[in-house]
Design a protein around this ligand. Structure first.
Ligand code: AMP
Length: 184
């Protein structure tokens, strides 16, 4: 089962991805986690993307698509994946669609978590993960980037009838139950 978890920064994608992977026993692929771990380990990729993440901007499509498609070819992803933080542009979505169709696979569900903007900001500010992009100014940029570049991805998948809109306000378990119902 290939699931895309979508939504603005602070919507709870990472938290719900963790619950989905343990329920369905499929791996989690978070592009944000990949970048943060490369930055931490000071790899060439990490050095290339550090300033972009610090600014709350998007890493170039080419770079992200190459990383994700390389990763998805590994054995561990053959029975499925929970994608979190990808695709974030229509170009990335189109590349992902092509990858799945070239490999005789497909997206089973596109789950989007809907959370009001004030709540997103207060969640991010209180999550205390020490992320360099979790400051009020960077959150503003990330929300703007989301609206301008990422939200159009939703329409892309609406056209394919894959979108499940989930109310992302409530307890972690309540939201997870809503996702499970939508996946049935
Ligand atoms: P996240 O952990 O998903 O919030 O991602 C953190 C940061 O990593 C984003 O603000 C971007 O700078 C970068 N990033 C993660 N995923 C992508 C993507 N699919 N396309 C471009 N940049 C990304």
């Amino acid at each position: 089962m290939n699931i895309i978890l979508f939504g603005p920064p602070g919507a709870g994608k990472g938290t719900q991805a963790e619950k989905l992977i343990s329920r369905f026993n499929i791996p989690h692929l978070s592009t944000g986690n990949i970048f943060r771990s490369n930055i931490k380990n000071q790899t060439p990729l990490g050095k290339k993307v550090k300033a972009i993440l610090d600014d709350g901007k998007l890493v170039p499509d080419e770079t992200v698509v190459e990383i994700v498609t390389d990763e998805l070819q590994k054995d561990e992803y053959q029975k499925g994946v929970v994608l979190d933080g990808f695709p974030r542009t229509v170009i990335q979505a189109t590349a992902l669609d092509k990858f799945f169709s070239d490999n005789g696979s497909r997206i089973d569900a596109f789950v989007t978590l809907s959370v009001p903007e004030e709540e997103l900001i207060s969640r991010i500010l209180s999550r205390g993960e020490g992320r360099s992009d979790d400051t009020p100014e960077k959150i503003k940029t990330r929300l703007q980037v989301y609206r301008n570049e990422t939200e159009p991805v939703l329409n892309h998948y609406k056209k394919q009838n894959l979108v499940k809109v989930i109310d992302g306000v409530g307890s972690i378990d309540e939201i997870f139950d809503r996702i499970l119902k939508a996946l049935k």
